[in-house]
Design a protein around this ligand. Structure first.
Ligand SMILES: *Cc1c(COP(=O)(O)O)cnc(C)c1O
Length: 387
């Protein structure tokens, strides 16, 4: 039995007629850039996330980058984020000219720890002229960029409270978390100044290539995002700002418009699979060898990934590969230990929870179309490894 980490073909087959027709309609219109499909997607995704405005962009990475740009975050500024995330989170902070400042994660949820942020501020920062300044670098802390990792909303109430207290902007990296919500039903992207989504094909709502979106409740920020998306020109060819080409293709939006109405059913499928794994792991009684993911009580975890913590991770992964079971390590090297960030001056041991997660975690197949027999095969193969 084969169990791929992700197989997108069944999803396409189920929606083929609608998707093919949507692509054909764009072909017939020959309207490729910022047309009616983009506008529809912007309105629908904003509504889906509980925000007012959507601005379609070229990728999740560009959503983060343009969010930083419109908030005037650049040289001399610093942004607090997690070192245990996809590269783009900190990569965009550095590309905007600012400095990523890492704080460690909560080991239960893998998300940025509000306590770690508080400790950093108390230990390393001071207030100068009403702004929070990093005492060591003299940089101004301008924003918090929490990541809703694997599809679970970060602990936003304390993070937003810290941001308010210190006049920090909040940019949510919700690339993995469209539709995720906290226990009060508040959705990812609805907490901060700008929420950033990715429609990369492996995300829960995936395009046929690269695509992303910024969403916000702030009309002025939405307008700035729209202007920065087209090189900062408003009106066209008159540039008060230096933006970029961050446009979302009409073809991608057309595909996403067909898919969005199915997202809740796919999420339910992922949650069903996660519940199956949780129960099967409990039954297999693997003790301390396997720790299933922790979902916060009452919250809506959308399981972009189902990530377990295990003993002897790399050997287990090889064992599963030999049994045709796809897995992945998200992420093997925390960002503070990446070569390109050596200039930040970090060393192993600086963020122990992130380092431990990088060494112990393994993502299992969780996509909605998986069959029960496949899920059980994954659990049996893991149990067999530890037997
Ligand atoms: C996928 C992802 C991104 C980047 O999105 P792209 O659309 O691939 O550019 C950013 N942050 C996180 C946490 C991601 O998972």
């Amino acid at each position: 039995m084969k169990v791929p980490l992700l197989d997108l073909k069944p999803q396409y087959r189920a929606l083929k007629a609608g998707i093919d027709a949507a692509i054909e309609a764009v072909s017939e219109s020959q309207h490729f850039i910022l047309g009616p499909a983009v506008r529809q997607l912007e309105a629908d995704v904003a509504a889906y996330t509980g925000t007012q405005f959507g601005v379609g962009v070229s990728s999740g990475t560009d959503a983060l980058l343009v969010a930083l740009m419109v908030l005037d975050i650049g040289p001399g500024d610093e942004v607090i984020t997690s070192p245990y995330t996809f590269f783009a989170t900190a990569g965009t902070i550095a590309r905007a000219g600012a400095r990523p400042v890492y704080c460690d994660i909560d080991p239960a949820t893998f998300n940025l720890s509000p306590a770690a942020v508080e400790r950093f501020i108390a230990r390393d920062c001071e207030v100068q002229g009403g702004r929070l300044v990093n005492r060591r670098t003299k940089g101004t802390i301008k924003a918090l960029m929490p990541v809703h990792l694997y599809g679970q909303v970060a602990d936003m109430d304390p993070l937003v409270a810290i941001a308010r207290k210190h006049k920090l902007r909040v940019i949510e990296d919700a690339a993995q978390a469209i539709g995720a919500a906290d226990a009060q039903g508040r959705r990812a992207c609805a907490f901060g100044d700008i929420g950033c989504l990715s429609f990369f094909p492996t995300k829960n709502l995936g395009a046929f290539g690269d695509a992303g979106m910024c969403v916000t409740n702030d009309a002025a920020l939405a307008e700035r995002l729209r202007i920065f998306r087209v090189h900062g020109g408003e009106p066209k060819y008159y540039h008060a700002f230096i933006g970029g080409n961050f446009r979302l293709d009409e073809l991608q939006a057309a595909v996403l418009n067909v898919k969005l109405p199915h997202l809740d059913a796919w999420t339910a499928g992922r949650q069903r699979n996660a519940a199956y794994y949780d129960a099967a792991f409990a039954k297999a009684a693997l003790g301390a060898q396997v720790a299933p993911p922790v979902a916060m009580a009452g919250a809506r975890h959308i399981y972009n990934q189902y990530v377990i913590r295990v003993a002897r991770r790399d050997a287990l992964r090889a064992h599963l590969a030999s049994r045709d079971i796809g897995t992945e390590i998200y992420y093997p090297v925390p960002l503070h230990l990446q070569k390109c960030f050596a200039y930040l001056g970090h060393a192993a041991g600086d963020f122990p929870e992130s380092e431990r997660a990088a060494a112990e975690t393994l993502a299992l197949p969780i996509f909605p179309e998986l069959e029960t027999a496949q899920l059980q095969h994954v659990v049996d193969s893991i149990a067999g490894f530890y037997a």
